[in-house]
Design a binder for this molecule. Structure first.
Ligand code: KIV
Length: 271
């Protein structure tokens, strides 16, 4: 008997089939072995090793500071836990913009050293040359349009994107360009739900929304936000499924009290 669990791995083809069948795709972020294992056992379809690790793991205000080596560390930790879900890793800021050769080198390094299944990149026309080059090396690419946090200093705010016609037209054009280039899907972040629905209808590849309404092919949330570990970030699109922060604080209070009153360890908890 094989020592490995037999599971049907989610691939980019499976995601495509899900779109055709109208089956929604459930995506969450993870950055470490323990959490990734729990998500995979729970049946999540895709794990995104997002550069949101820069915020929720490292405590930076933006996603810009995280490095390629940091992302490799997070993605390889996730890969050691996952059997079924497809694992996509963000190419971090500064590793692919403006130079397609550097983009290819970054994508090859992250795939080789982390073992991830695909990369995600933010942007449309401006990065199409980099995307072409990465795809031609056989690396699957997930696009990301709408609110693109790596460009926060260009836009200055995290407000809803593409509410004006010219920005919506550019997003539509970029979505078609990404599909024609060969991306296997596109993340749509914080855009009007009507636009999310339009992109989803016009494209053959799956769309994964975060604040893009319900008429997209799948949804993604940052794990620490949906579990209520973070508490200062409350956009309208975020549904909190738990208040883990409060539960952890409660457990830690009890532990502190047990230690101080010598209630821990008890007789059964010592040698
Ligand atoms: O980095 C990330 O977690 C992301 C999601 C918010 C889509 O890009």
């Amino acid at each position: 008997m094989s020592q490995f669990k037999e599971v049907k791995k989610v691939t980019t083809h499976v995601l495509q089939e899900m779109k055709l069948k109208g089956e929604k795709i459930a995506v969450l972020t993870a950055y470490d072995f323990s959490m990734a294992g729990i998500l995979d056992d729970a049946g999540i379809d895709m794990i995104l090793v997002g550069d949101s690790a820069s915020n929720v793991m490292a405590g930076f205000r933006t996603t810009l500071p995280i490095t390629l080596n940091d992302m490799i560390y997070h993605a390889s930790s996730v890969m050691r836990a996952v059997n079924r879900a497809i694992v996509v890793v963000d190419l971090p800021f500064g590793t692919y913009q403006g130079n397609s050769k550097e983009a290819l080198n970054s994508a090859i390094k992250i795939m080789k050293e982390s073992g991830a299944n695909a990369v995600k990149m933010e942007g449309g026309r401006e990065i199409i040359e980099s995307i072409d080059r990465i795809l031609s090396a056989g690396i699957p690419v997930l696009g990301h349009l709408g609110l693109t946090p790596q460009s926060i200093h260009k836009f200055g705010t995290y407000v809803v994107r593409a509410t004006e016609k010219n920005e919506a037209d550019k997003l539509m054009e970029d979505a078609h360009l990404l599909e024609e280039a060969g991306c296997f899907g596109i993340v749509l972040e914080k855009i009007p739900s009507k636009l999310g629905a339009r992109v989803t209808k016009e494209l053959k590849i799956p769309t994964i929304g975060i604040g893009a309404g319900s008429d997209v092919d799948g949804q993604v949330l940052v794990l620490h936000d949906m579990l209520g570990i973070t508490h200062k970030f409350s956009p309208r699109f975020l549904r909190r499924y738990h208040n883990l922060r409060e539960e952890i604080i409660g457990s830690v209070h009890t532990y502190i009290n047990d230690v101080k009153t010598v209630n821990f360890p008890n007789e059964r908890e010592q040698y």
